[in-house]
Design a protein around this ligand. Structure first.
Ligand SMILES: Nc1ncnc2c1ncn2[C@@H]1O[C@H](COP(=O)(O)OP(=O)(O)O)[C@@H](O)[C@H]1O
Length: 408
């Protein structure tokens, strides 16, 4: 409270003093202070016969952006300004629910089109996340085109960026998201700083797409594999490998189709990966070629390891859409992050992410032409046109729980 003795007309032109407080007890206390202040103001007004009280303006402003609740009470009595009383307060609950979650996303950047950070930043910002972006590559376009030009971030450059953030005390995140990294040295630096960021708070979640390759082909330097196994996986909370990446990480080839006990092979491989660190694993798609199932469908498989070493496993079957798309894996991990944050439930996060991606791909097929005759990469995702789909998050496909809850 700030009471000044100045004559009119200097009533309300200067910034009110403010008290910033947190916590429900303090909020209650402030309520009482406000009420008492109001009573006193009213009483003074009533009791003074020569009151020059002219106007009384009270502004209550609940501002989710600045995360504050302000009560500003301007009043004027007997040529004395009894205003400038500004109380700013919020409960911890309100603070947490209004606080903008911060994500550090380390992935590729392309000038044209949508992969890596171009997908993750749009999706996460649309959901209201604050996204800090480190680009592991800065390319003209994704690698499906005839030509790709650009540069790769070196381990020294990444170290320098992290040092800058560290010195300025900016390494404060709720989530870390990583995708394509390219080299073992770069991954090593990532591991060093993820470890540091996570050491600051137990609530930070690390979502890692361990990009290694697909269909028996490596996309990255072989040196990545050991760093993923030894340094990254022990830090990761949620991983989103494809089936080739699982094979590389657990060091075992999986032949689902020809194995009589196919279910067991899949769940065993998930369990081996859990042992390497992450408590949540999502295989975003397994084709019918691998599962021997319905050719028109794809399958997502996921597994959660609980603290008591029990596992919950589930799958989502969804239609296989004709065509090839890039940026789907990167969009998937960003969607998982966003919906895991909103729902705090892996099953719901997977249902939403698979359903949203399905609708984005349908939209892409509907409105886009294949890029040009020179590339073999099909369509760029129509993410901007899918804004409403992403925001809505309608669930089209439901998870089926595996009835066996494996114990280790
Ligand atoms: N041809 C497709 N038909 C239907 N959904 C697809 C198709 N390709 C990708 N998706 C969607 O995108 C998600 C991620 O794509 P996926 O191919 O599994 O990842 P990655 O690009 O990392 O290999 C899948 O879970 C699925 O929801």
């Amino acid at each position: 409270k700030n009471v000044t003795s100045r004559k009119r007309p200097h009533t309300s032109r200067h910034k009110p003093a403010s008290i910033k407080l947190c916590g429900p007890t303090l909020v209650r206390m402030l309520d009482m202070v406000c009420d008492r202040a109001r009573q006193l103001l009213m009483k003074t007004q009533r009791s003074s016969s020569d009151s020059t009280y002219q106007k009384r303006q009270m502004i209550v402003d609940d501002d989710p952006f600045t995360r504050t609740l302000s009560v500003t009470d301007y009043a004027q009595f007997n040529n004395t300004l009894v205003g400038d009383c500004c109380l700013q307060a919020c409960s911890l609950e309100q603070y947490e629910s209004h606080r903008i979650p911060r994500v550090l996303s380390i992935q590729s950047h392309v000038v044209h089109g949508f992969v890596g950070n171009k997908c993750a930043a749009f999706i996460l910002q649309l959901y209201g996340f604050e996204v800090d972006i480190i680009n592991s590559v800065h390319f003209s376009n994704h690698t499906g085109y005839k030509t790709v030009k650009g540069s790769r971030l070196t381990a020294d450059e990444l170290e320098a960026i992290f040092q800058g953030l560290l010195i300025n005390e900016l390494l404060e995140y709720d989530y870390i998201l990583t995708g394509y990294m390219g080299s073992g040295e770069l991954l090593h630096v990532v591991a060093k700083y993820v470890r540091l960021i996570k050491s600051k708070s137990a609530h930070i979640k690390y979502i890692c797409d361990p990009v290694i390759g697909d269909n028996n082909k490596l996309y990255v330097d072989r040196s990545c594999i050991e760093v993923y196994k030894n340094e990254i996986l022990p830090l990761a909370d949620i991983v989103t490998p494809n089936d080739f990446e699982i094979e590389v990480l657990i060091g075992k080839e999986l032949d689902y189709k020809n194995d009589e006990n196919q279910e067991e092979v899949i769940w065993q491989s998930l369990r081996s990966l859990h042992k390497m660190g992450p408590s949540h694993i999502i295989i975003s798609s397994i084709s019918a070629d691998k599962t021997g199932g319905n050719q028109t469908m794809l399958q997502m498989r996921a597994s959660t390891q609980f603290l008591d070493n029990q596992y919950q496993t589930f799958q989502i079957d969804f239609p296989h859409l004709e065509g090839s798309f890039t940026g789907t894996g990167d969009s998937f991990s960003a969607l998982i992050l966003a919906w895991f944050h909103k729902e705090n439930n892996l099953i719901r996060a997977c249902e939403r992410s698979i359903s949203i991606l399905h609708q984005i791909l349908r939209k892409t097929i509907e409105i886009s032409k294949p890029i040009n005759t020179h590339n073999r990469c099909g369509h760029e995702l129509c993410l901007i046109e899918s804004k409403a789909i992403i925001e809505c998050g309608e669930i089209l496909f439901h998870a089926v729980l595996n009835d066996k809850h494996l114990s280790s």
